[in-house]
Design a protein around this ligand. Structure first.
Ligand SMILES: Cc1ncc(COP(=O)(O)O)c(C=O)c1O
Length: 360
C-alpha cells in the first residue's frame, strides 16, 4: 500500500497490513455468509466461531493454562483500574502497587476507593525514568499490581517482579502484551487494552485464574463481576465484535510469524538498533535508564524543547508520524510495537542523522 506512512503512535497504533487487508475483505461479506463482519449477530454461528477461534489462538500463543479464563471486556484498561479492586479488595485488605508511571499511579488511586493501598516502590523522584530495584511490600498484601511497560516514560520490567507468594500478582500489560513470551502462571490476572499490540480500541483482554473468578465480590453490579463474563463466554451483553475479530486476526498473524519468541527477537532487534543510534548521537539522548529501557516505547530528547519540536516536524515531513513525546516527558517517543516494521526504524535513524547535520 503506497500511501501508508510510518506510524509511531503510542495507541491506537499500527496494525499488521495482512490483518487490515483481511478485515477489509470481510467488511461486506464475512466469508460467503453474505453479511459483513460488522453486521453479524454476536449470538450467530459465524461470530461464535470467531470468538472460539480467537480464544483458542490466544491460549496457544501465550501458553495459557486451562485454569485461566480468557475474557474480552470493554471500558479499556482504565476500567480494570477499578474493576480489579472492586472485585478483590475490601476495607480489611491491602493491595500493593509498584508505581512506575502515570498509569500505575492512576490504578493505585482507583484502588483507594475500595481498600488499603500500599505503594511498594515509586520512581516519581526521577520522573519515572527507571524501574526501581528495591521494592518494599506490606505485611500481607492481597495482591500486587504492576505495569509491565510504561508507555509514557519508555520503561519496562525485564521480567515479572518478585512478590510475596501469598499475594496475587496482577499486571497491566496494555503496552507490551504479547511482545515477548509471558509466564502466565506467575500471574493471577493480566489485563491489556487492545489498541497497542493486539488490535483496535474497544476491547480489553483479561486473562484471569479460576480462583479469582470465584473469589470476586458478589455485591457489585453484574457487569463488573468477572464471573458474569466468564460464565457467559464474554457475551453477557453485546461484546465489541469487530474489535474481537481483528484481535483474532492479529493472534493468527503472530502465530504465522513464529509466535512470541520470534516477535521478541524482532522487537529486540528494532529497539537495540534505535537505542544504539540515539546513544551514538551528538544531538539526541534517551530519557530512560539503560537497564529499564522499553522495547516498545523509545523516549528521547535533544535537551532543548524548541529543537525537539523542529525534529518532530522534520520527521513528519518525511512520513514519520506520531513522534511527539507525551507532555510529561517532552521530546520524542517512538512507539515500535509488534506490527511496526523495521524499515520504519531505519527511516527514523536516517532522519535523525540528516537532522544532526542541520545542527552542525
Ligand atoms: C500501560 C497503560 N495502561 C493503561 C492505559 C489506559 O488504557 P485505556 O485507554 O484502554 O483505558 C494505557 C493507555 O495508553 C496504558 O498505556
Amino acid at each position: 500500500m503506497e500511501n501508508r506512512i510510518f506510524n509511531f503512535s503510542a495507541g491506537p497504533a499500527v496494525l499488521p497490513e495482512p490483518v487490515l487487508e483481511e478485515a477489509r475483505n470481510n467488511l461486506l461479506s464475512l466469508g460467503d455468509t453474505g453479511i459483513g463482519i460488522l453486521e453479524h449477530s454476536h449470538r450467530g454461528p459465524a461470530f461464535r466461531a470467531i470468538l472460539a477461534q480467537t480464544e483458542a489462538d490466544c491460549r496457544e500463543l501465550a501458553g495459557i493454562p486451562d485454569n485461566y479464563r480468557v475474557l474480552f471486556l470493554q471500558g479499556g484498561a482504565s476500567t480494570q483500574f477499578f474493576q480489579t479492586p472492586m472485585n478483590f479488595l475490601t476495607s480489611q485488605d491491602t493491595a500493593d502497587f509498584l508505581v512506575t508511571g502515570s498509569w500505575s499511579k492512576k490504578a493505585a488511586k482507583q484502588a483507594e476507593r475500595y481498600g488499603g493501598v500500599h505503594v511498594a516502590c515509586d520512581s516519581a523522584d526521577r520522573n519515572y525514568c527507571y524501574i526501581p530495584a528495591e521494592v518494599e511490600y506490606s505485611r500481607s498484601p492481597k495482591y500486587v499490581h504492576y505495569t509491565s511497560n510504561n508507555t509514557i516514560f519508555g520503561t519496562q520490567f525485564s521480567s515479572p517482579p518478585a512478590s510475596p507468594a501469598a499475594a496475587w500478582l496482577i499486571c497491566d500489560a496494555s503496552s507490551d502484551i504479547f511482545s515477548r513470551p509471558i509466564d502466565v502462571t506467575r500471574h493471577a490476572l493480566i489485563y491489556a487494552g487492545a489498541q497497542k499490540n493486539l488490535g483496535p480500541a474497544g476491547v480489553t483482554l483479561v486473562v484471569i485464574r479460576d480462583d479469582l473468578v470465584k473469589a470476586g465480590a458478589l455485591d457489585i453490579p453484574e457487569m463488573l463481576q468477572y464471573r458474569t463474563h466468564a460464565e457467559n463466554d464474554s457475551s453477557y451483553n453485546t461484546p465489541p465484535t469487530f474489535a474481537i475479530y481483528v484481535m483474532g486476526l492479529v493472534f493468527q498473524w503472530l502465530l504465522r510469524e513464529g509466535g512470541l519468541e520470534e516477535i521478541e527477537r524482532r522487537n529486540r532487534a528494532k529497539a537495540e538498533k534505535l537505542y544504539a543510534a540515539i546513544d551514538e548521537s551528538p544531538v539526541f539522548r534517551a530519557t530512560a535508564d539503560v537497564t529499564s529501557r522499553s522495547l516498545m516505547n523509545v523516549t528521547f530528547v535533544t535537551g532543548n524543547a524548541e529543537l525537539d519540536q523542529k525534529f518532530v516536524a522534520f520527521a513528519e515531513e518525511r512520513g514519520l508520524s506520531g513522534l511527539k513525546g507525551h507532555r510529561s516527558v517532552g521530546g520524542m517517543r517512538a512507539s515500535i510495537y509488534n506490527a511496526f516494521p523495521e524499515a520504519g526504524v531505519d527511516a527514523l535513524i536516517a532522519a535523525m542523522r540528516d537532522f544532526e547535520r542541520t545542527c552542525e
